[in-house]
Design a binder for this molecule. Structure first.
Ligand SMILES: Cc1ncc(COP(=O)(O)O)c(C=O)c1O
Length: 372
């Protein structure tokens, strides 16, 4: 469809390639198993385009949370192993097989579903609960696991994994993550012919070395966010842009937006920008957010509306001259050499960059550049 509104998310696939290379380096080089996570529409970046690029660059697998996400990727022609980290029924087990998706089985009942629904040889991964207490087979279920695997000869266990509860402490040998790694290793000792053990997420990759034999599943770092992104020189992949739609000349004391939660302290110029909470630009940023205009930070004033925000342009106009309709505004990402990282917006919004990215709604077109 034609675009009639200047609001868009620019997705820089060159930055994605750069980050993948940096993460492969941090993970120990090209021989280390890597499964970038593309669940949640590739953290809001567009799963199809991101996955195609990743597969082209060379990865061992890509990871999704839902079987539906995996099917969508297959239907878009994405090739290569796709790991599905969700739950399964007999029916979805069959759908998994018919779309050549690799299940990461985290419940005994899901293994039963595969045993019943799948009759030809099929590769699976198993996920264990090593302390996060969200997904994963528990220790007390190992007996049932052994007997089910002995009966389900068609299911070939190719990989074993777990998930870190606080990957940030990976650099600390006494941290919780190392206990989880040790638990996974001791489980792996009971299996033979396992191709891969995978565990590390972005936070772990950014805080410590990756021991040989541990595969990595980075998500947020791949998209250039996360607290320690600068350590690896990661680049933002998404830049959220819009433009000045109109400028109001206000008198000292005038109010702006619903319920006048901001009033001018002086005569002021306020620009209206067509992006709002229906686009995923969070309402909590009311009177807190910033945007970039001409590379300068301009404060967001008044209540964030469903379709619009307002910016106080007074200082930037005094510094750089009059603002005209159509001038580029960057909500996060880069504008020339100026940066407004999604991590910083997340902090202002009392959340994490994952939510900032995934909140960007379908209403915002993704424009891809530097792909293939
Ligand atoms: C199973 C699994 N592996 C890896 C990741 C990637 O985590 P991160 O984005 O923190 O690197 C996630 C994300 O939550 C996940 O659920």
């Amino acid at each position: 469809m034609e675009r009639y509104r200047p609001t868009f998310a620019e997705i820089d696939l060159a930055a994605l390639k750069h980050n993948l290379k940096a993460l492969k380096g941090a993970a120990g080089g090209p021989s280390q198993w890597i499964c970038p996570m593309v669940k949640g529409n590739a953290y809001g970046h567009g799963a199809t385009q991101v996955s195609r690029q990743l597969v082209k660059e060379g990865v061992d697998a890509i990871g999704v949370a839902l079987i539906e996400e995996g099917i969508t990727l297959r239907e878009a022609g994405v090739t290569g192993p796709i790991l599905v980290f969700g739950w399964f029924s007999e029916e979805s087990a069959r759908a998994c097989v018919s779309h050549s998706l690799t299940p990461v089985i985290s419940r005994i009942e899901d293994l039963r579903a595969f045993k019943k629904g799948v009759h030809a040889p099929y590769s699976i991964h198993l996920k264990f609960n090593t302390g996060m207490n969200r997904l994963g087979i528990d220790k007390h279920q190992f007996g049932s696991l052994r007997s089910l695997l002995a009966e389900a000869k068609q299911l070939k266990v190719e990989g074993l994994c777990s998930h870190l509860a606080q990957g940030e402490d990976w650099g600390d040998e006494n941290g919780f993550s190392h206990g989880q790694a040790a638990a996974l290793k001791s489980i792996a000792a009971e299996f033979s012919d396992i191709r891969v053990l995978h565990l590390l997420n972005s936070a772990a990759l950014l805080t410590g070395a990756v021991p040989k034999g541990f595969g990595v599943r980075p998500g947020i770092a791949l998209y250039g966010a996360g607290e320690l992104r600068e350590r690896l020189g990661l680049r933002p992949v998404m830049h959220l842009h819009s433009a000045i739609g109109t400028v109001h000349h206000l008198k000292k004391g005038d109010g702006v937006s619903y319920n006048f939660r901001w009033r001018t302290q002086r005569d002021a110029l306020v620009g209206v920008v067509p992006i709002g909470y229906a686009d995923g630009y969070m309402r909590i940023l009311t009177n807190r957010g910033f945007s970039l205009l001409r590379g300068e930070r301009v404060p967001l004033v008044g209540t964030v509306c469903m379709d619009y925000i307002m910016l106080d342009l007074t200082d930037v106009v005094m510094k750089t001259g009059p603002v005209t309709e159509g001038e580029l505004v960057t909500l996060f990402g880069e504008q020339g050499v100026s940066r407004l990282p999604a991590d910083e917006v997340a902090e202002l919004a009392e959340t994490i960059p994952y939510e900032i990215f995934t909140a960007v709604s379908n209403r915002v077109p993704r424009i891809y550049k530097n792909g293939e």
